[in-house]
Design a protein around this ligand. Sequence first.
Ligand SMILES: [Zn+2]
Length: 277
Amino acid sequence: MIEYFNTIPSLHRTLIIVVGLVVFSLVESAAPLFSLDYKRGKHALINIFFTLTTIAVNFVLAFLLLKTSDWVVAKEIGVIQFFDLPLWLFLILGLLLLDLIGAYTAHWVEHHVQWMWQFHAVHHTDQNIDVTTANRHHPGESVIRFGFTILATAITGAPIWLIMLYQSISVVLSQFNHSNIGLPAWLDKIMVTVFCTPNMHHVHHHYRQPYSDTNYGNIFSFWDRIFSTYTKVDNDKLVYGLDTHMEKEETESIVELLKVPFKPYRPHIKYDKPEKL
Ligand SMILES: [Zn+2]
């Protein structure tokens, strides 16, 4: 496994995304969480465009990740390099740290730093959340997230095989937790103790604060519990999208979406009455 992820070809990494999209789309058709009333083809087209730009950004910058990883391993820098750990612990601790820094923290920061939010807002403008939403990231956000992956690699001390393994799991989990899949309640209850399920992550896509500022996790669900950003609501009451960006002319146009981060900042709407979901 280490050998495989050390030299995983770009084609295989792209295949993971494609297979995930196909498999979760099929499950969405068979067991939807909501019967969303939208044109799946047109919706997918926009999100697949942003998936391709995400792949392109990661492909162009990949050498930086490889250099960082080689450097921290050679210098024995980073948490998992510091201790003499057995392989299983090295692997688990590495995945935990990469998810905490590269996904949970990155996501939290994107919600709290205005210029980063301007980019991340594009992800939230989707008014129909399904598997294709997972990689609906403005190319600028893909660069920001790449920066966090570099930071996570340096702090963790992760070798390249571990980063590739992490990214493969991360892509599939993101597709899973964005999918419009209605898991049986008992299964969701078991899974959500460790992993972010669709039920958990969809709350994050509610159109209003404070719900959109909860459930930031990607792979592991317990970061949200540990850092008090976890919410559980009645998912039937969720409305997807972003209250500041609800016009379809903007949210369903690739050109307009590309411009979103460069338009004047739209502050979050403050409501008189707190909403109870
Ligand atoms: Zn978000």
